[in-house]
Design a protein around this ligand. Structure first.
Ligand code: AMP
Length: 400
């Protein structure tokens, strides 16, 4: 027997029903904010991801050479692909551009609950503005999406890399290695690097709860963004220890957690970044975020969210009358009703057993005498009630 690759999953019909439901809710929220969907290839030139992020990223990238020796990668995220598309095709378009996407990503991570090698991201990019109200709206939309799918307990943390870097500069510690340690929350190494006294100042700094306490010039714009965030009624915590993994982040950064998920609690990460010029385009401000779709579903399950699993298909049982069943099935499907006919030549009792096991609530029974009179039988599986109806009335009688 051949299994599936490590860190990948199959989705059964019951999983897909939940996934599609949550997907459609998320999609609707993006559209409500005027974002438009885009889609990019699953594979990209490897360079797109190594250009700025450095060779270190190679550890987690699925990469291979194609038959012509081109270096290709399975996308580990979607921001770089969307910005590549923008630089190639859309630089002249009227701003702001607001794109959202939903797609699978691949990372050679160590698999565990909430961490997979193939996972799905729902995300967006805002191109052409970095006004405080724009950044606030972006964060508010991420929060809105997670609340609208039904999550009760999410925590928004907002930080700022300009402020963090400015602070680190005062200690001569503003470099990529330091940002990496902060991103990993490796406080031991940070202390070793800064020394005891500076480390204490650092800890005091990242524990700042109120932006008004900061004197840096960079803090003024942040104050404005946070006050707009209040206007959107988004509850948030200031968290100056957010460093984000990739080097191209600048300015505002934010993360949203589902504390119940434990180690892999981060549902969403994003912020302002500068990638356009790295990819050869003309500078315009950009920001965005990505929601870990799989983790959002896990979080819903942890909160005990119940998905309705009512099976709303109509089942057509028949007494060895497949042609008549086809007629009824076609008629119902044409009216937009989901209809499934017996395909196993079952007798009526077995058909009803099947409908019961499948949680189907409405069965249409085709029997010779009734059919002669232009009628079929509708059986309501919940109440057990059964009645004859004219074939032409069937559609009306099946309306919820
Ligand atoms: P990132 O691009 O690393 O900021 O990731 C954005 C979001 O994707 C994270 O907040 C997670 O929710 C999700 N995510 C990242 N890596 C994985 C993974 N290996 N498996 C599942 N979800 C992931």
């Amino acid at each position: 027997m051949i299994g599936k690759p490590r860190g990948t999953r199959d989705f059964l019909p019951s999983d897909m029903k939940k996934r599609r439901k949550v997907e459609s809710v998320m999609r609707n929220v993006f559209e409500k904010y005027g974002y438009e969907e885009v889609s990019t290839p699953t594979i990209e030139n490897l360079e797109l991801f190594t250009l700025k992020s450095g060779e270190q990223i190679m550890d987690e990238i699925y990469a291979f050479e194609d038959k012509s020796g081109r270096k290709i990668a399975l996308r580990p995220e979607l921001t770089a692909p969307v910005i590549r598309m923008y630089v190639e095709k859309l630089q002249m378009e009227t701003k702001p551009l607001k794109f959202y996407y939903f797609g699978n990503c691949f990372r050679y991570d160590r698999p565990q609950k909430g961490r997979y090698r193939e996972f799905w991201q729902f995300g967006c990019e805002l191109i052409g503005t970095n006004r405080p109200e724009a950044i606030a709206e972006l964060i508010a939309m991420a929060y809105d999406i997670l609340k609208t799918i039904g999550l009760r307990n999410v925590v928004v943390r907002v930080g700022n890399l300009d402020i963090l870097r400015r602070f680190l500069s005062t200690m001569g510690a503003n470099d990529a290695e330091m940002m990496r340690l902060i991103d990993k929350k490796d406080f031991e190494s940070i202390e070793r690097r800064l020394g005891k006294e500076e480390f204490e100042k650092f800890m005091e700094f990242i524990e700042t709860k109120n932006i008004d306490e900061l004197e840096f010039e960079e803090a003024n714009r942040m104050k404005e963004i946070l006050s707009f965030l209040e206007e959107f009624s988004v509850p948030f915590n200031l968290d100056l220890s957010i460093a984000r993994g990739l080097d191209y982040y600048i300015g505002t950064v934010f993360e949203i957690d589902a504390p119940k998920l434990g180690a892999e609690k981060q549902l969403c990460g994003g912020g302002e970044y500068n990638l356009i010029t790295i990819l050869g385009g003309r500078h315009v401000p950009t920001s965005g975020f990505a929601i870990g779709f799989d983790r959002a579903l896990l979080a819903l399950e942890m909160e005990g969210y119940t998905f309705e699993d009512e099976n709303d298909i109509v089942y057509i049982a028949h007494m060895n009358m497949p042609r008549e069943a086809i007629k009824v099935a076609r008629m119902l499907r044409k009216e937009g009703i989901k209809a499934e006919m017996d395909l196993m030549a079952r007798n009526i009792k077995k058909s009803l057993d099947y409908a019961n096991r499948k949680g189907i609530s409405k069965v249409v029974i085709i029997a010779p005498d009734e059919w002669e009179r232009g009628e079929v039988i509708i059986k309501d599986m919940k109440s057990g009630e059964q009645k004859n109806v004219g074939i032409n009335e069937l559609f009306n009688r099946l309306q919820p």
